[in-house]
Design a protein around this ligand. Sequence first.
Ligand SMILES: [Zn+2]
Length: 229
Amino acid sequence: MFVVVAMTGSLDCDAGETGVDGARILPAPLGTGQGISVPEAQGAAATGAASGSTVGPMWFCDECGASVGHGNVLAGEPPGCLEHGPRWRLIRNAPCAGVVIVKDDRVLLSRRAKPPFEGYWEVPGGFVERGEHPTQAARREVLEELGIDVVLTGLLGIYLESSSGDEPLQVTVYEATTEATEPSPDPTEVSGWAWFTREDLPTEMAGRHRLRLDDWLAGRTVPLPADGL
Ligand SMILES: [Zn+2]
């Protein structure tokens, strides 16, 4: 579980999006020679949350809770705790994983049961745990939220987004399929679900989740390596 480090807003990997322009980073379109593209505005450096100033929410040590100031994100310097040293995780992107679940050319989406974006459709997913590979996180989150097993079939992209608390999120999104047809959702996370045809995919979605579907519609999924990672 990622530690919430700011006083304002909640760090919600499922549906974050406020201050940072979300962007799909990888994979680049094949054959264009563009390589990795990074948006101009990205991460905490673009939010004004921390740049060595005292502007923005106060940050605290994720181990002892002591006030640690803001560090200097632009210089790559994390805030420091007198007892526990540099708090690197405070200035890094939070890793997340999401899954576009496809079966018979229909996409399974879930409806959020809690804020932010309560009641909005979303692509299932959540935070990557410490030491966990994003592929593992992707399957685990779907199992936790929808009660079904999925088989990952491709990599759709890596997206830089931000949480409702303006924390930068790095979201690895996979395409997957499943044997299941009827999920058994966790009601604390999911208030509804539906299989959508390409033509009926919702336009109003949590955060920037619609961008993931646009990329899927555009056929941008690339195969996973043979070892699945
Ligand atoms: Zn500390």
